[in-house]
Design a protein around this ligand. Structure first.
Ligand SMILES: [Zn+2]
Length: 659
């Protein structure tokens, strides 16, 4: 029966969701998953009466007009917290006095996200609510359904309320901000704000696009003979229901064990892909917890240790000006060096001149700097200081620090721009971007080589790189035969890069790597791109009107067209070389060892160009392992699992590069 078939597909997809998002152990390829999903969607579209609330298709919801208030069934208490080890010891002493036996504790990382309570009835997810003030929160069920780490149906048909923390991985946060920057949209200050902003979207399809996850840490179940007796066991129970729990948890015998755990994570936390601001310590036994009870605002059986702040005050010595590839002038704070979260910081971001004005930052001020999930620390505000009023106000520059050209404000943008197309700083940044990994990926040519080539008058525009002769490289500092030929060859070789890389490298306003890829997928040749109308461009999903206009105008400028012509004359071929080949389509490759004729990155690009995929670990779903010299454990695993192993030669034959 159709109903049974649907049930089977749903269970299958839910199982793979669990493997991927909760257990972190995928067992099928993305391609196979997509096939399953579209099959389900197809049947459901034809038979909408058969859609169930736990169907994976229900994860993408519609638009709501606002969030309803929701009174929590069980109050969500806050925690007392401390930065101090001795206070932790005092807290424990008080507890220890109540009981004759030693009191075990559970230590967990305090995730810096949003506290959420989820209700399940008979195993089905029914309601998800924000913490709010602990008594009343907001019902955001529809948005929470889009988070794949939250099961729609549990492994057991139970009534349970669980609590956890929804967070955005640091890497996804950075990517989100990069994309927003590219599109000229507002940036989020940190991963927690990004997670909160994503969860509070009225259109849940936007939430669905954000990479959110959730660690679950508490379950409230109706008491029965099987219900867990300790916090430790309840975490195992939560896990067994299908929730994702944080693996960094430890059961310790006393407070010294807990302090040890805090110390370890004070530095190790920077290696995690999610933000954590401390450690939560709880009495393990539930009967002890009940005996200890609550104060008016917090449980007596739990406390939080907060990690030392990633903020410091220091003096702003100067404001340096940088010129980017778009001509944007960026102010950089030069600081009295200070130790911040383990590293010496002497420069920090100041965002833009509006921000300097808004915060009234003056050279000589005492400022607060902060390092959170961001790699580059930033100036947050001026700290009260008597000097401030006597310091001269900071005035934004009127002229480019490099070429002395006039600076202008562009409509809708906060930065100041140097409009001189021949500004040496802009030309240099463009060249640097051209050779960078993100754009044309030219090995052996870095910023210092670019700077020398430019200053010697050998290269002014990217096209000049391709006119350099082998002898020219000897004019550079300390260059011998070997590096000269490396540089020469790698420039020439880059003529064969993907069309999308070339478009990226052009530094068209608002067009970064991702947009260039979308663009060349739709318009795979220069010819088709040049004839694209404004409407056609803006109808591509992911390309807005502003970006479309910028692209359209770029290809209407005769100077740009002449430039592209020059590249063509130098032997560039402007065509998307993505040729989906039957043999590679949907196949998953794992690369290991050193290849002789290409780097691993180049090999994976060749695979992707032909419709294949790459993965970093070998599983039974791996189609091929491409093994170069000195291949290690991945090769062993492939042999054990009987995965086909390709030599470099086999691979080249397969992709038709060797006959
Ligand atoms: Zn300039």
């Amino acid at each position: 029966m159709l109903k049974d078939e649907l049930k089977k597909i749903r269970e299958e997809i839910n199982k793979h969701n669990y493997n991927y998002y909760v257990a972190d152990n995928p067992t099928i390829s993305d391609y196979e998953y997509d096939l399953l999903f579209s099959k389900l969607k197809e049947i459901e579209t034809a038979h909408p009466d058969l859609i169930t609330p736990d169907s994976p298709t229900q994860r993408v919801g519609g638009i709501s007009s606002g969030f309803e208030e929701y009174k929590h069934k069980y109050r969500l208490y806050s925690l007392d917290n401390t930065y101090n080890e001795d206070e932790l010891r005092k807290w424990y002493e008080k507890i220890q006095k109540e009981f004759a036996k030693p009191v075990q504790l559970v230590c967990e990382l305090k995730i810096d996200g949003l506290a959420i309570a989820l209700t399940y009835e008979d195993g089905y997810f029914t309601t998800g609510v924000t913490r709010g003030d602990g008594i009343v929160g907001e019902n955001i069920t529809q948005n929470l359904k889009t988070i794949k780490a939250i099961p729609l149906k549990l492994f057991e048909d139970v009534n349970v309320e669980v609590r956890g923390e929804v967070y955005m991985p640091k890497s996804s946060f950075e990517k989100l901000n990069e994309d927003s920057k590219e599109k000229g949209e507002k940036l989020f200050a940190n991963p927690r704000n990004a997670a909160a902003g994503s969860l509070r979207q009225l259109d849940s399809s936007i939430t669905a696009k954000r990479d959110l996850s959730m660690f679950t840490y508490t379950a409230i179940v109706e008491k029965n003979n099987n219900s867990p007796l300790t916090h430790w066991d309840s975490i195992q129970y939560v896990k067994s229901l299908g929730f994702k729990t944080n693996p960094n948890i430890r059961l310790v015998d006393n407070i010294e064990g807990a302090i040890q755990f805090c110390k370890e994570w004070e530095t190790k936390r920077f290696d995690l892909d999610y933000a954590t601001d401390g450690v939560v310590i709880k009495v393990n036994r539930f009967d002890y917890q009940n005996e200890l009870g609550f104060t008016s605002r917090a449980p007596k059986w739990s406390t939080a240790f907060k990690f030392p702040p990633e903020e410091m005050t220091t003096t702003l010595l100067d404001i340096e000006l940088g010129v980017g590839k778009t001509g944007a002038i960026t102010p950089v704070a030069i600081l009295e060096p200070v130790n911040l979260a383990g590293s010496i910081v002497s420069r920090a971001s100041l965002h833009n001149f509006d921000e300097i004005k808004r915060l009234d930052i003056r050279i000589g001020d005492k400022v607060l700097i902060k390092k959170a999930a961001e790699i580059i620390p930033k100036v947050v505000k001026v700290v009260d200081n008597s000097e401030h009023e006597n310091l001269p106000k900071y005035n934004p520059p009127k002229f480019c620090p490099e070429c002395n050209g006039h600076l202008i404000v562009r409509e809708g943008e906060v930065n100041l721009f140097c409009e001189n197309p021949e500004c040496p700083s802009i030309l240099k940044s463009r060249l640097e971007y051209w050779v960078s990994k993100e754009a044309m990926d030219i090995d052996f040519i870095g910023p210092s080589v670019i700077s020398q080539l430019f200053d010697l008058g050998l290269v002014r525009y990217p096209v000049d790189l391709y006119k350099l002769k082998y002898e020219d490289f000897f004019k550079l500092e300390a260059v011998k035969e070997k590096s000269a030929s490396n540089m020469y060859n790698s420039i020439q070789e880059s003529k064969n890069r993907l069309f999308s890389r070339f478009i990226t490298a052009l530094s068209i306003r608002h067009v970064g790597k991702e947009t260039a890829e979308l663009l060349t997928e739709e318009f795979p040749s220069l010819e088709s791109l040049l004839s694209a109308s404004l409407e056609q461009l803006s109808s591509i999903e992911g390309i807005g009107d502003k970006i479309a206009l910028s692209i359209y105008e770029y290809f209407r400028d005769t100077k740009n067209l002449e430039l592209i012509n020059e590249f063509e004359e130098l032997g560039f071929v402007f065509e998307n070389k993505i040729v989906k080949t039957e043999e590679l389509l949907g196949k998953t490759f794992v690369l290991t060892g050193t290849l002789a004729t290409m780097t691993r990155d180049e090999a994976s690009e060749k695979i992707k160009q032909r419709g294949g995929k790459t993965s970093s670990s070998v599983s039974k779903n791996t189609s091929y392992v491409l093994a170069g010299a000195n291949a290690g454990s991945k090769l062993d695993k492939a042999e054990k699992l009987g995965v086909i192993i390709l030599s470099e030669e086999d691979f080249l034959t397969m992709i038709g590069e060797k006959i």
